[in-house]
Design a binder for this molecule. Structure first.
Ligand SMILES: C[S@@+](CC[C@H](N)C(=O)[O-])C[C@H]1O[C@@H](n2cnc3c(N)ncnc32)[C@H](O)[C@@H]1O
Length: 425
């Protein structure tokens, strides 16, 4: 170890013994390396260096994962980042090659902070300072979200062309990769409602090319859910055929796709999952009132979990009439945004009227799509057979009064709920 006031200069061949002296498995808290050096000297065939090429910043931290504590590297390329896990050891490539190839940085350990930079003479100058971070933050990492990482080929991502067989994410599909990871964070949270060893039936309405449906299946398998069934539904028969083929190639035998309209979807009495109603419905970016059709199904089945990311909406656009709101609704662009907000807020009110705890959270950032609100509704501990409300109930009145304020008449959601016997007078 360096003494507390030391500054030392090391030659490249001395760096590994310096790292060995840090006892990183026990002491590493965090490290950040910036700017690849001009004298960047990659070891031959280094996957790490291939990954780091063009990277502006590299951040390292130990994380508690299911296989034990690992070193998580976060590579930053402009606004994009990707993550990769390595064994937590002093010769792990991001530490050993990172120290050699980045111009400056700091390694924070529980014993000391080591600030380094490379001199023009090719020496690594290291200053040791009193520690500013402690290992206690590792317990927080245990709560960290599930993450698909690069570097290891994940079959469904390879099959869908997001990754190559070396586990490298295609630059063009990076947004999709990030969206999938973000989605799995929400899925993980929602799935906490269900025991892993009990039957679980999930329906994904408007599944489209089903990146997220396949991701969910991968997650369920990876997390040890043993008795689940997933159905994807979409209007497009060619897309459904593609998804069923893909599921077959992947050996995802508890996932199947059907052609159909959400509003007409019935639980197939002949299917193995029909013994019970769906436990969770998902509707991501299904168009206009298709989201409402999905909500009706979820309410009809008393699903404990409903996840919906609405897409375009048209139903309220022409109806909005609220003199006090004229500065917003007189222009097409702001009227459209307002109609979207009123639609989503009213959906949340209706779900609350049915006893759901509802949150609206950001699904993915605006750079992907402006339709980024996830309506997340959880119904806990309720009896699924008693699922209807009365128009005199305060929850429903709150819904109607809100829409009256905006000049919106009977909605598709109300009419369909009434037709299904879930909204009674
Ligand atoms: C934008 S894609 C979203 C796909 C996927 N859920 C996602 O988020 O990646 C919307 C899909 O919903 C399907 N869809 C729209 N309305 C539908 C309806 N009423 N019934 C079934 N599928 C519908 C469309 O065919 C399309 O494939």
């Amino acid at each position: 170890m360096l003494n507390m006031t030391a500054k030392i200069s090391l030659r490249p061949e001395q760096l590994q013994s310096f790292l060995d002296s840090l006892d990183v498995a026990e002491t590493l808290v965090y490290a950040v390396f910036s700017r690849l050096r001009d004298a960047y000297a990659p070891a031959e065939d280094s996957l790490f260096i291939r990954q780091a090429e063009g990277c502006q910043k590299l951040k390292l931290r130990p994380v508690a994962l299911k296989g034990g504590i690992q070193l998580q590297a976060e590579f930053q390329f402009g606004p994009k980042t990707f993550h990769q896990q390595y064994p937590l050891a002093s010769d792990a490539p991001p530490l050993a090659e990172g120290l050699r190839n980045f111009a400056e940085g700091t390694i924070f350990t529980s014993r000391a902070d080591y600030q380094f930079h490379w001199t023009a003479a090719g020496l690594c100058q290291i200053a040791e300072k009193p520690p500013t971070k402690s290992r206690s933050s590792l317990s927080h990492n245990r709560q960290k979200a599930y993450l698909l990482s690069e570097g290891e080929a994940i079959p469904f991502l390879v099959e869908l062309g997001v990754m190559d067989t070396n586990g490298r994410v295609s630059q063009k599909r990076y947004d999709k990769f990030r969206q999938i990871n973000k989605y799995l964070e929400f899925a993980e949270d929602a799935l906490r409602h269900f025991p892993k060893d009990k039957p679980l039936y999930i329906v994904d309405f408007g599944s489209g090319k089903a990146y997220l449906t396949f991701a969910l299946y991968h997650y369920l398998i990876d997390r040890g859910y043993s008795q689940f069934q997933v159905t994807g539904l979409d209007l497009k028969d060619d897309v459904v055929a593609f998804c069923n083929d893909t599921a077959r190639r992947l050996g995802y035998d508890r996932l199947h796709f059907e052609v159909g309209d959400i509003a007409n979807f019935q639980i197939d009495e002949g299917s193995p999952a029909s013994a019970r109603r769906p436990d969770m419905i998902i509707s991501l970016h299904a168009c206009d009132i298709a989201t409402d059709a999905a909500l009706v199904k979820g309410l009809q089945w008393g699903c404990p979990v409903i996840l919906a990311v609405p897409c375009c909406q048209h139903e309220f656009f022409h109806q909005l009439k609220a003199p006090a709101m004229d500065p917003i609704i007189r222009y097409g662009v702001t009227r459209d945004k307002q109609a979207t907000l009123v639609t989503d807020a009213s959906r949340a009110l209706m779900l609350r009227a049915f006893g759901y705890a509802v949150e609206m959270v950001e699904f993915i950032t605006m750079e992907h799509t402006p339709k980024n609100v996830l309506i997340r509704a959880y119904r806990e501990g309720a009896d699924r057979r008693e699922l209807f409300i009365n128009i005199k109930d305060s929850g429903y009145r709150a819904y109607r009064e809100f829409l009256d304020l905006w000049g919106v008449g009977p909605t598709y959601l109300e009419l369909e709920l009434a037709r299904a016997g879930l909204l009674k007078d």
